[in-house]
Design a protein around this ligand. Structure first.
Ligand SMILES: Nc1nc2c(ncn2[C@@H]2O[C@H](COP(=O)(O)OP(=O)(O)OP(=O)(O)O)[C@@H](O)[C@H]2O)c(=O)[nH]1
Ligand SMILES: [Mg+2]
Length: 315
């Protein structure tokens, strides 16, 4: 196999004991920013009730709070118009948010008609791609899928080591570049040709969406994979760090221009998640939300729970 090495996962266990990226217990204050958003909202209502017993929220104040909470100007003003019409504005807001999110929350499903079912995992630097892949490996293995991964972040040696560690822990085959092989597209191509796994997950290097060269390189990866199977990749997952604000929508748009994003994973939902941003992306881009990362270990993956999200958000 050219430029390709298949590592036996048993060999990786040794590495697991002295690696430096093992998960730490998240200490971030969950949903702090969301809570403060609704605290502000309730403060406005209470203040107003204190004055006049009036439960209506002043539109401008509500819009300001929504914009501050990353809902974006256009969604914020649309929501304000809807929720202040009649009845309890907080309950109205809850049901508006639910109706935006409900059609987009789906299970992450792999269909067996494609073998391997190829999943690309993309996103900006440090958003949580590799950790998400560990969670996917763990999740898919639990449903008896044979999973392989390709370490196509060939920029950093540590990136390969990180993925190798997880592949070893979980017991998945991993394709890694040899020392002189730096072209991620060739590695993806070779992995796809060689693998007889049910699912092949392609890790990619983090890149800023405005870095033309790196985005071109990503484009090449999609091209070569589709040469082997025209329907591949079968899932193009974008990982978004849920603690990132408004910029994340630009990220999704730019990555989507290279290849349509078919699912979103919101990582770091155990941190200061930006509630408004999540709703805004759902509202504007209508991309399915296929899961959330809620910590740094391989089992910290869950389906996005709208009720839990709204409960945290609205108290
Ligand atoms: N608290 C928490 N931390 C996470 C989560 N997902 C990833 N992380 C942490 O975020 C950091 C970056 O995660 P990686 O998986 O290496 O991110 P990446 O996108 O692969 O990074 P690059 O390959 O460098 O672009 C690591 O410290 C992870 O442990 C999550 O859901 N919750
Ligand atoms: Mg990575």
């Amino acid at each position: 196999m050219n430029g390709l090495e298949v590592r036996n996962w048993h060999m990786q266990l040794k590495f697991a004991n002295n690696c430096d990226f093992r998960g730490t217990i998240p200490t971030l204050n969950a949903f702090e920013s969301l809570m403060s958003f609704f605290k502000k909202l309730k403060d406005i209502i209470l203040r107003r009730e204190g004055y006049s017993g009036d439960r209506r929220i002043p539109s401008q104040e509500l819009e300001d709070v929504l914009i501050e909470a990353d809902f974006g100007i256009s969604l914020a003003s649309r929501l304000v118009k809807e929720v202040v019409k009649r009845g309890d504005p907080v309950e109205n807001l809850r049901s508006e948010l639910k109706s935006i999110l409900t059609p987009l929350v789906r299970n992450l499903e792999v269909v067996s008609e494609h073998k391997p079912f190829v999943i690309f995992v993309v996103g900006v630097n440090g958003c949580g791609k590799t950790t998400t892949i560990a969670k996917l490996m763990h999740f898919l293995k639990a449903s008896k899928k044979r999973v392989a991964v390709a370490a196509c972040d060939t920029f950093r040696v540590a990136a390969t080591d990180q993925l190798s560690f997880w592949a070893g822990e979980i017991g998945c085959e991993i394709y890694v570049a040899k020392d002189n092989q730096k072209d991620p597209a060739s590695l993806a191509f070779e992995a796809m040709k060689s693998s007889d796994a049910d699912v092949l997950i392609i890790d990619t290097a983090g890149r800023l969406q405005n870095n033309v060269n790196l985005m071109d390189e990503l484009s090449k990866m999609y091209r070569v994979v589709s040469k082997i199977d025209r329907s591949a990749p079968h899932m193009n997952l974008m990982v978004i760090d849920a603690t990132t604000g408004q910029n994340s929508i630009e990220q999704v748009l730019a990555f989507g221009e290279v290849h349509p994003i078919t699912g979103l994973i919101l990582s770091k939902m155990d941190g200061n998640a930006k509630g408004g941003m999540i709703v805004r992306i759902a509202d504007e881009l209508k991309i399915p939300i296929l899961g959330v990362g809620i910590g740094e270990s391989m089992s910290d993956f869950a389906k996005f729970s709208i009720d839990k999200f709204l409960e945290e958000l609205m108290g």
